[in-house]
Design a protein around this ligand. Structure first.
Ligand code: NDP
Length: 332
Protein backbone atom coordinates (compact mmCIF):
# COMPACT_ATOMS: atom_id res chain seq x y z
CA UNK A 1 0.00 0.00 0.00
CA UNK A 2 1.43 3.40 -0.90
CA UNK A 3 2.06 5.93 1.84
CA UNK A 4 0.12 9.18 2.32
CA UNK A 5 2.56 11.58 0.66
CA UNK A 6 4.41 11.03 -2.60
CA UNK A 7 7.53 13.14 -2.96
CA UNK A 8 9.29 14.09 -6.20
CA UNK A 9 12.94 15.13 -6.32
CA UNK A 10 13.95 18.13 -8.40
CA UNK A 11 17.66 17.41 -8.80
CA UNK A 12 19.56 14.13 -8.74
CA UNK A 13 21.83 15.52 -6.06
CA UNK A 14 24.25 14.16 -3.48
CA UNK A 15 22.37 15.66 -0.50
CA UNK A 16 19.16 13.93 -1.61
CA UNK A 17 20.94 10.62 -2.05
CA UNK A 18 22.76 10.78 1.29
CA UNK A 19 20.12 12.27 3.55
CA UNK A 20 16.71 13.21 2.16
CA UNK A 21 15.79 10.03 0.27
CA UNK A 22 16.46 7.91 3.39
CA UNK A 23 14.58 10.46 5.53
CA UNK A 24 11.53 10.57 3.23
CA UNK A 25 11.37 6.80 2.77
CA UNK A 26 11.88 5.97 6.45
CA UNK A 27 9.02 8.26 7.50
CA UNK A 28 5.77 6.28 7.89
CA UNK A 29 3.87 8.93 5.93
CA UNK A 30 6.02 9.47 2.85
CA UNK A 31 7.94 7.92 -0.01
CA UNK A 32 10.06 9.14 -2.91
CA UNK A 33 7.99 8.45 -6.02
CA UNK A 34 9.94 10.27 -8.75
CA UNK A 35 13.06 12.18 -9.67
CA UNK A 36 13.71 14.80 -12.34
CA UNK A 37 17.25 15.05 -13.69
CA UNK A 38 18.39 17.18 -16.62
CA UNK A 39 20.54 14.20 -17.69
CA UNK A 40 18.34 11.23 -18.50
CA UNK A 41 21.03 8.57 -18.24
CA UNK A 42 22.33 9.91 -14.91
CA UNK A 43 18.74 10.27 -13.68
CA UNK A 44 17.97 6.62 -14.54
CA UNK A 45 21.11 5.36 -12.83
CA UNK A 46 20.28 7.52 -9.77
CA UNK A 47 16.70 6.21 -9.65
CA UNK A 48 17.87 2.62 -9.92
CA UNK A 49 20.46 3.09 -7.18
CA UNK A 50 17.92 4.67 -4.86
CA UNK A 51 14.83 2.58 -5.65
CA UNK A 52 12.88 5.51 -7.17
CA UNK A 53 10.08 4.20 -9.40
CA UNK A 54 9.75 7.09 -11.90
CA UNK A 55 12.30 9.26 -13.73
CA UNK A 56 11.40 12.46 -15.60
CA UNK A 57 13.66 14.40 -17.93
CA UNK A 58 11.75 17.68 -17.64
CA UNK A 59 10.55 19.43 -14.52
CA UNK A 60 7.21 20.07 -16.27
CA UNK A 61 6.60 16.31 -16.53
CA UNK A 62 7.38 15.84 -12.83
CA UNK A 63 5.03 18.69 -11.94
CA UNK A 64 2.22 17.14 -14.03
CA UNK A 65 2.57 13.89 -12.07
CA UNK A 66 0.63 13.07 -8.90
CA UNK A 67 3.43 13.84 -6.42
CA UNK A 68 2.23 15.87 -3.43
CA UNK A 69 5.53 17.53 -2.56
CA UNK A 70 8.82 18.29 -4.25
CA UNK A 71 12.25 18.55 -2.68
CA UNK A 72 14.39 21.00 -4.66
CA UNK A 73 18.12 20.32 -4.32
CA UNK A 74 19.62 21.38 -7.62
CA UNK A 75 22.12 24.23 -8.04
CA UNK A 76 21.24 27.44 -6.23
CA UNK A 77 20.14 29.62 -9.17
CA UNK A 78 17.33 27.14 -9.92
CA UNK A 79 15.85 27.04 -6.41
CA UNK A 80 13.48 30.01 -6.74
CA UNK A 81 12.17 29.53 -10.32
CA UNK A 82 11.66 25.79 -9.76
CA UNK A 83 9.96 26.35 -6.39
CA UNK A 84 7.55 28.89 -7.88
CA UNK A 85 6.77 26.59 -10.84
CA UNK A 86 6.09 23.72 -8.40
CA UNK A 87 3.86 25.82 -6.15
CA UNK A 88 1.85 27.13 -9.12
CA UNK A 89 1.46 23.48 -10.24
CA UNK A 90 -0.09 22.72 -6.83
CA UNK A 91 2.88 21.04 -5.15
CA UNK A 92 4.16 21.67 -1.63
CA UNK A 93 7.85 22.63 -1.67
CA UNK A 94 10.79 21.78 0.58
CA UNK A 95 13.63 23.88 -0.84
CA UNK A 96 17.34 23.69 -0.27
CA UNK A 97 19.42 26.53 1.05
CA UNK A 98 20.05 29.20 0.00
CA UNK A 99 16.34 29.63 -0.46
CA UNK A 100 16.99 31.86 -3.50
CA UNK A 101 19.70 34.00 -5.07
CA UNK A 102 18.00 37.31 -4.26
CA UNK A 103 15.65 38.70 -1.64
CA UNK A 104 13.09 39.56 -4.35
CA UNK A 105 13.05 35.92 -5.52
CA UNK A 106 12.63 34.66 -1.95
CA UNK A 107 9.73 37.07 -1.39
CA UNK A 108 8.13 35.85 -4.64
CA UNK A 109 8.37 32.25 -3.37
CA UNK A 110 6.65 33.18 -0.10
CA UNK A 111 3.93 35.11 -1.95
CA UNK A 112 3.33 32.17 -4.32
CA UNK A 113 3.03 29.72 -1.39
CA UNK A 114 0.56 32.02 0.38
CA UNK A 115 -1.52 32.61 -2.78
CA UNK A 116 -1.68 28.92 -3.67
CA UNK A 117 -1.95 27.76 -0.04
CA UNK A 118 1.00 25.39 -0.32
CA UNK A 119 3.54 24.51 2.38
CA UNK A 120 6.96 26.06 1.80
CA UNK A 121 9.91 24.94 3.93
CA UNK A 122 13.68 25.38 3.70
CA UNK A 123 16.13 22.64 4.63
CA UNK A 124 18.12 24.40 7.36
CA UNK A 125 18.42 21.10 9.22
CA UNK A 126 20.70 22.39 12.03
CA UNK A 127 17.71 23.61 14.05
CA UNK A 128 16.76 19.98 14.62
CA UNK A 129 20.07 18.91 16.13
CA UNK A 130 19.70 17.88 19.79
CA UNK A 131 22.74 20.04 20.65
CA UNK A 132 21.14 23.19 19.22
CA UNK A 133 17.77 22.51 20.79
CA UNK A 134 19.64 22.37 24.14
CA UNK A 135 21.38 25.71 23.40
CA UNK A 136 18.06 27.26 22.37
CA UNK A 137 16.43 26.04 25.60
CA UNK A 138 19.30 27.32 27.78
CA UNK A 139 18.87 30.80 26.25
CA UNK A 140 15.08 30.72 26.35
CA UNK A 141 14.91 29.51 29.96
CA UNK A 142 17.23 32.34 31.03
CA UNK A 143 19.85 29.90 32.37
CA UNK A 144 22.66 31.85 30.69
CA UNK A 145 21.34 35.25 31.82
CA UNK A 146 21.70 38.12 29.35
CA UNK A 147 23.80 37.14 26.33
CA UNK A 148 26.82 39.42 26.02
CA UNK A 149 28.41 37.68 23.04
CA UNK A 150 28.32 34.60 20.84
CA UNK A 151 30.78 32.95 18.49
CA UNK A 152 30.39 30.37 15.72
CA UNK A 153 33.05 28.58 13.68
CA UNK A 154 32.08 26.63 10.58
CA UNK A 155 35.41 25.61 9.11
CA UNK A 156 35.86 22.63 6.82
CA UNK A 157 38.30 21.58 4.15
CA UNK A 158 35.76 21.18 1.35
CA UNK A 159 36.20 17.65 -0.08
CA UNK A 160 37.37 17.67 -3.71
CA UNK A 161 34.19 15.77 -4.68
CA UNK A 162 32.09 18.71 -3.42
CA UNK A 163 33.95 21.36 -5.42
CA UNK A 164 32.80 22.44 -8.90
CA UNK A 165 29.74 24.68 -9.16
CA UNK A 166 29.81 25.26 -5.38
CA UNK A 167 33.35 26.72 -5.51
CA UNK A 168 33.51 28.20 -9.01
CA UNK A 169 30.13 29.16 -10.48
CA UNK A 170 29.20 32.78 -9.73
CA UNK A 171 25.87 32.16 -11.53
CA UNK A 172 25.06 29.36 -9.07
CA UNK A 173 25.98 31.46 -6.03
CA UNK A 174 29.32 29.77 -5.31
CA UNK A 175 31.17 30.61 -2.12
CA UNK A 176 30.71 30.57 1.62
CA UNK A 177 27.93 33.17 1.94
CA UNK A 178 25.28 31.05 0.18
CA UNK A 179 26.70 27.76 1.42
CA UNK A 180 27.60 28.29 5.09
CA UNK A 181 26.47 31.79 6.17
CA UNK A 182 22.80 31.06 5.45
CA UNK A 183 22.92 27.95 7.66
CA UNK A 184 24.71 29.79 10.49
CA UNK A 185 22.33 32.74 10.28
CA UNK A 186 19.30 30.49 10.56
CA UNK A 187 20.80 28.70 13.55
CA UNK A 188 21.71 31.97 15.21
CA UNK A 189 18.15 33.25 14.77
CA UNK A 190 16.82 30.05 16.30
CA UNK A 191 19.22 29.78 19.25
CA UNK A 192 19.24 33.46 20.19
CA UNK A 193 15.56 34.07 19.40
CA UNK A 194 16.38 37.35 17.72
CA UNK A 195 17.70 38.70 14.42
CA UNK A 196 20.72 40.67 13.35
CA UNK A 197 20.53 44.43 13.08
CA UNK A 198 23.84 45.14 11.34
CA UNK A 199 26.89 43.30 10.07
CA UNK A 200 30.48 43.90 9.02
CA UNK A 201 32.56 41.29 7.21
CA UNK A 202 35.89 40.48 5.58
CA UNK A 203 36.61 37.72 3.08
CA UNK A 204 39.66 35.83 1.83
CA UNK A 205 40.49 33.45 -0.96
CA UNK A 206 42.86 30.60 -0.09
CA UNK A 207 42.67 28.97 -3.50
CA UNK A 208 39.82 26.54 -2.81
CA UNK A 209 37.37 28.57 -4.92
CA UNK A 210 37.86 30.40 -8.23
CA UNK A 211 39.53 33.77 -7.77
CA UNK A 212 36.38 35.92 -7.85
CA UNK A 213 34.71 33.77 -5.16
CA UNK A 214 35.46 33.92 -1.41
CA UNK A 215 36.32 30.65 0.37
CA UNK A 216 36.63 32.21 3.83
CA UNK A 217 34.73 34.93 5.69
CA UNK A 218 34.74 36.52 9.14
CA UNK A 219 31.51 38.30 10.09
CA UNK A 220 30.67 40.42 13.13
CA UNK A 221 26.97 41.03 13.73
CA UNK A 222 25.09 43.09 16.27
CA UNK A 223 21.79 41.41 17.13
CA UNK A 224 18.63 43.39 17.86
CA UNK A 225 19.05 42.48 21.55
CA UNK A 226 22.56 44.00 21.58
CA UNK A 227 24.44 40.67 21.65
CA UNK A 228 27.63 40.82 19.58
CA UNK A 229 28.29 37.75 17.40
CA UNK A 230 31.47 36.66 15.63
CA UNK A 231 31.23 34.06 12.85
CA UNK A 232 34.12 32.44 10.98
CA UNK A 233 33.29 30.28 7.95
CA UNK A 234 35.65 28.61 5.55
CA UNK A 235 36.04 25.92 2.89
CA UNK A 236 39.80 26.03 3.51
CA UNK A 237 40.25 24.92 7.13
CA UNK A 238 41.52 21.42 7.74
CA UNK A 239 41.76 20.05 11.29
CA UNK A 240 38.93 22.38 12.34
CA UNK A 241 36.21 22.10 14.93
CA UNK A 242 32.76 23.44 14.20
CA UNK A 243 31.62 25.33 17.24
CA UNK A 244 28.92 27.45 18.83
CA UNK A 245 29.80 29.42 21.97
CA UNK A 246 27.43 31.59 23.99
CA UNK A 247 28.68 33.95 26.71
CA UNK A 248 25.99 34.99 29.19
CA UNK A 249 25.94 36.94 32.44
CA UNK A 250 24.95 33.85 34.48
CA UNK A 251 26.73 31.09 32.54
CA UNK A 252 28.46 30.33 29.25
CA UNK A 253 28.02 27.34 26.96
CA UNK A 254 30.45 25.74 24.50
CA UNK A 255 29.31 23.32 21.80
CA UNK A 256 31.92 21.39 19.81
CA UNK A 257 31.64 19.57 16.46
CA UNK A 258 28.03 20.61 16.08
CA UNK A 259 27.63 22.17 12.59
CA UNK A 260 27.71 18.98 10.58
CA UNK A 261 25.19 16.90 8.67
CA UNK A 262 25.29 13.97 11.08
CA UNK A 263 23.98 14.58 14.60
CA UNK A 264 26.77 14.63 17.16
CA UNK A 265 29.08 16.83 19.18
CA UNK A 266 29.38 17.82 22.83
CA UNK A 267 27.94 20.66 24.90
CA UNK A 268 29.58 22.06 28.05
CA UNK A 269 28.09 24.60 30.46
CA UNK A 270 30.56 26.71 32.43
CA UNK A 271 29.57 28.68 35.53
CA UNK A 272 31.06 29.55 38.93
CA UNK A 273 34.45 28.26 37.80
CA UNK A 274 33.15 24.79 36.91
CA UNK A 275 32.46 23.15 33.56
CA UNK A 276 29.85 20.41 33.22
CA UNK A 277 29.07 18.36 30.12
CA UNK A 278 25.41 18.15 29.16
CA UNK A 279 23.81 14.80 28.39
CA UNK A 280 22.70 14.94 24.74
CA UNK A 281 20.68 12.26 22.90
CA UNK A 282 21.60 12.83 19.26
CA UNK A 283 19.04 12.55 16.46
CA UNK A 284 18.97 12.62 12.65
CA UNK A 285 18.08 16.24 11.90
CA UNK A 286 16.89 15.53 8.33
CA UNK A 287 14.37 12.94 9.56
CA UNK A 288 12.75 15.67 11.64
CA UNK A 289 12.77 18.10 8.66
CA UNK A 290 10.73 15.52 6.73
CA UNK A 291 8.38 14.56 9.57
CA UNK A 292 7.68 18.25 10.33
CA UNK A 293 7.01 18.89 6.63
CA UNK A 294 4.69 15.87 6.31
CA UNK A 295 2.80 17.07 9.39
CA UNK A 296 2.53 20.58 7.91
CA UNK A 297 1.05 19.13 4.70
CA UNK A 298 -1.53 17.39 6.90
CA UNK A 299 -2.37 20.76 8.47
CA UNK A 300 -0.44 20.15 11.70
CA UNK A 301 2.11 22.84 12.52
CA UNK A 302 4.79 24.35 10.31
CA UNK A 303 7.90 23.08 8.58
CA UNK A 304 11.05 23.15 10.77
CA UNK A 305 12.10 26.28 8.88
CA UNK A 306 9.45 28.26 7.00
CA UNK A 307 9.91 30.36 3.88
CA UNK A 308 9.86 33.47 6.09
CA UNK A 309 12.66 32.01 8.24
CA UNK A 310 14.62 31.21 5.07
CA UNK A 311 14.20 34.81 3.90
CA UNK A 312 15.72 36.06 7.17
CA UNK A 313 18.84 33.92 6.78
CA UNK A 314 19.17 34.96 3.13
CA UNK A 315 18.93 38.64 4.16
CA UNK A 316 21.73 38.09 6.69
CA UNK A 317 24.00 36.47 4.05
CA UNK A 318 23.27 39.14 1.44
CA UNK A 319 24.00 41.90 3.97
CA UNK A 320 27.27 40.21 5.04
CA UNK A 321 28.33 39.86 1.39
CA UNK A 322 27.59 43.54 0.77
CA UNK A 323 29.49 44.50 3.93
CA UNK A 324 32.54 42.53 2.76
CA UNK A 325 32.40 44.04 -0.74
CA UNK A 326 31.96 47.63 0.40
CA UNK A 327 34.03 47.54 3.58
CA UNK A 328 31.08 49.17 5.38
CA UNK A 329 28.67 48.16 8.10
CA UNK A 330 25.35 47.08 6.52
CA UNK A 331 21.89 47.09 8.11
CA UNK A 332 20.25 43.69 7.69
P1 NDP B 1 25.16 18.20 -6.33
O1 NDP B 1 26.30 18.83 -7.05
O2 NDP B 1 25.29 16.77 -5.90
O3 NDP B 1 23.83 18.28 -7.21
C1 NDP B 1 23.36 19.51 -7.71
C2 NDP B 1 22.90 19.31 -9.17
O4 NDP B 1 24.04 19.00 -9.94
C3 NDP B 1 21.96 18.14 -9.33
O5 NDP B 1 20.64 18.60 -9.30
C4 NDP B 1 22.33 17.55 -10.69
O6 NDP B 1 21.51 18.08 -11.72
C5 NDP B 1 23.72 18.04 -10.94
N1 NDP B 1 24.67 16.91 -10.85
C6 NDP B 1 24.76 16.00 -9.87
N2 NDP B 1 25.75 15.11 -10.15
C7 NDP B 1 26.27 15.49 -11.32
C8 NDP B 1 27.30 14.99 -12.17
N3 NDP B 1 28.00 13.90 -11.83
N4 NDP B 1 27.55 15.64 -13.32
C9 NDP B 1 26.85 16.74 -13.66
N5 NDP B 1 25.84 17.26 -12.93
C10 NDP B 1 25.57 16.64 -11.78
O7 NDP B 1 24.81 19.16 -5.14
P2 NDP B 1 24.68 18.97 -3.57
O8 NDP B 1 23.87 17.79 -3.23
O9 NDP B 1 25.99 19.10 -2.95
O10 NDP B 1 23.84 20.32 -3.23
C11 NDP B 1 22.55 20.53 -3.78
C12 NDP B 1 21.84 21.63 -3.05
O11 NDP B 1 21.68 21.24 -1.71
C13 NDP B 1 22.59 22.97 -3.00
O12 NDP B 1 21.69 24.01 -3.14
C14 NDP B 1 23.24 23.01 -1.63
O13 NDP B 1 23.39 24.32 -1.15
C15 NDP B 1 22.24 22.22 -0.82
N6 NDP B 1 22.83 21.47 0.30
C16 NDP B 1 22.22 21.51 1.51
C17 NDP B 1 22.69 20.83 2.59
C18 NDP B 1 21.94 20.84 3.87
O14 NDP B 1 22.41 20.25 4.84
N7 NDP B 1 20.79 21.48 3.95
C19 NDP B 1 23.95 20.06 2.50
C20 NDP B 1 24.49 20.01 1.16
C21 NDP B 1 23.94 20.69 0.11
P3 NDP B 1 20.32 17.22 -12.36
O15 NDP B 1 19.41 16.96 -11.25
O16 NDP B 1 19.75 18.09 -13.40
O17 NDP B 1 20.89 15.95 -12.86
Amino acid sequence: MSKTYKWGLVGASRIAEEWLIPAINSDPNSEVAAVFSSDTARGRAYAERNGIPQVYDTIEALLRSDVDAVYISNTNEKHAPDAIAAIVAGKHVLGEKPMAMTIAEAEAMIAAAETHKRVLGINHHLRNMATHIRLHDLVKNGELGALVAARMTFGVLLPVANRGWRTDSVTAGAGVFFDLTVHDADLLHYILGTEAQEVVAMTANNGITSKEVEDTVAIVARMKTGTIVQITESFAIDHARTTVELFGTKASVFADDVLLQRGGGRVFVRKNGEQVEEQIDHVNAYDKVVSDFNAAMAGNGSPTVTGRDGLKSLKFAVAAREAARTGRSVLV
